[in-house]
Design a protein around this ligand. Structure first.
Ligand code: NAD
Length: 353
């Protein structure tokens, strides 16, 4: 282990997985910071991806998670046609107990040390206020609430991207994207799910919703006429579309077996519980819109802050582009008789070549 700038912080380069650019570990004894930054790809530009704070059971869990997430960001950024590579960072610790302004400033010094090869933003366990502390020690940060190019909450933009992709899915499969007489089952009415529900309701769709937070479901029932079901029942509803907007890994073999919807289009990251579940959806006759294309609206919003772009046309063009990319994937998948997630991965690899 070597002592390098920033002073007092111990930094070391670890051996990343094959094909990854860099993996850095940082320890700062004064603040208790223990963090990892994984840069998967710099091919399209500086790496961008959020910072997650989580109390990992083992150091290796954190190493695996940060690398997996950084790969996902390369794909998501390329799918959104952004001039950004893929990266991610994790802070090891319980955000409720271990997070302090000093710790976040120390994290900012780590990011600054990487000299702009990686831009950070919020992820699970990290708030805009935390990023404001990070911004006191580095300019390589986005997701801020104040400042000339501050992008604020990305959720409405993510929801709009999901909405457009959902319509594109119907158009591809049914020849019409009319949402009247269509039912969408939404799992999770958080930042993205509630915006999505509002857009769908406005376009004439019927809604079935579930959330573990009854305030959110009550709101959807009262304001949007949504039918509320128990969380474990959302998969089995007679809906045209299932929109996962809660957590990842929910498309398991069991869930697919009970799914009545013919289309899956939602915001959640890493929806497939296993690689084989994409094939499982395909075999079950369900058209799956790959998550990292559908939910790219958030990173488009963040990218504008990183790239210092204020023209709303940039956002609109890129978000519309998500639906175009999805259509490209569906068209190629239908032609080849392959599952869309396989075709999407191939398309992104071509964009990265
Ligand atoms: P959020 O935390 O605001 O909302 C998640 C919602 O899901 C909450 O209301 C929560 O109560 C609910 N939930 C949790 N477990 C549930 C369960 N078992 N059944 C039903 N509901 C449950 O998160 P968000 O920002 O809305 O993001 C939703 C998903 O989309 C996440 O997977 C996130 O990683 C992904 N995503 C979000 C953005 C963004 O811009 N916010 C961008 C890309 C991807």
């Amino acid at each position: 282990m070597i002592n390098v700038k920033p002073a007092d912080m111990i930094l070391r380069d670890l051996a990343p997985r094959q094909g990854y650019q860099r993996l850095v570990e940082a320890k700062d004894h004064a603040t208790g910071l223990h963090a990892l930054v994984s840069i998967h790809s710099l091919h399209r530009g500086p790496a961008a991806g959020g910072c997650r704070m989580f109390d990992y059971a083992t150091f290796d869990d954190a190493v695996q998670d940060v690398q997996r997430l950084s790969l996902g960001m390369t794909y998501k950024n390329a799918a959104a046609d952004l001039p950004l590579g893929g990266g991610k960072s994790v802070i090891i610790g319980d955000p409720k107990r271990h997070k302090t302004p000093e710790l976040m400033r120390a994290f900012g010094r780590l990011i600054d040390h990487l000299g702009g090869s990686y831009y950070t933003a919020e992820d699970v366990g990290i708030s805009p206020q935390d990023m404001a502390y990070v911004a006191q020690t580095t300019p390589y940060v986005a997701g801020l609430e104040g400042g000339e190019f501050a992008s604020g909450d990305p959720s409405p933009v993510t929801a709009r991207g999901v909405f457009l992709c959902l319509k594109q899915t119907l158009l591809h499969a049914l020849g019409s994207d009319d949402l009247n007489n269509k039912t969408v089952a939404i799992q999770g009415l958080g930042h993205v799910g509630m915006h999505l529900a509002t857009l769908l309701h406005g376009a004439g769709a019927d809604l079935i919703v579930s959330d573990i937070n009854s305030e959110a479901t009550q709101h959807a029932a009262q304001k949007l006429g949504a039918l509320v079901v128990l969380p474990q029942e959302i998969f089995h509803q007679d809906a045209d579309v299932f929109a996962p907007c809660a957590m990842g890994g929910i498309l398991s073999t069991d869930v697919i077996a009970g799914l009545k919807a013919r289309f899956v289009v939602g915001a959640a990251n890493n929806q497939l519980a296993h690689e084989t579940c994409g094939q499982g959806l395909h075999d079950a006759g369900v058209l799956y819109a790959p998550d990292y294309i559908v939910n790219g609206g958030g990173i488009i919003n963040v990218a504008m802050e990183i790239l210092k772009i204020s023209d709303p046309a940039y956002r609109e063009n890129r978000v519309n582009g998500l639906a175009k990319t999805l259509d490209q994937v569906f068209t190629a998948a239908t032609k080849a008789g392959e599952p869309p997630h396989i075709v999407a991965d191939r398309l992104i690899k071509q964009r990265l070549a």
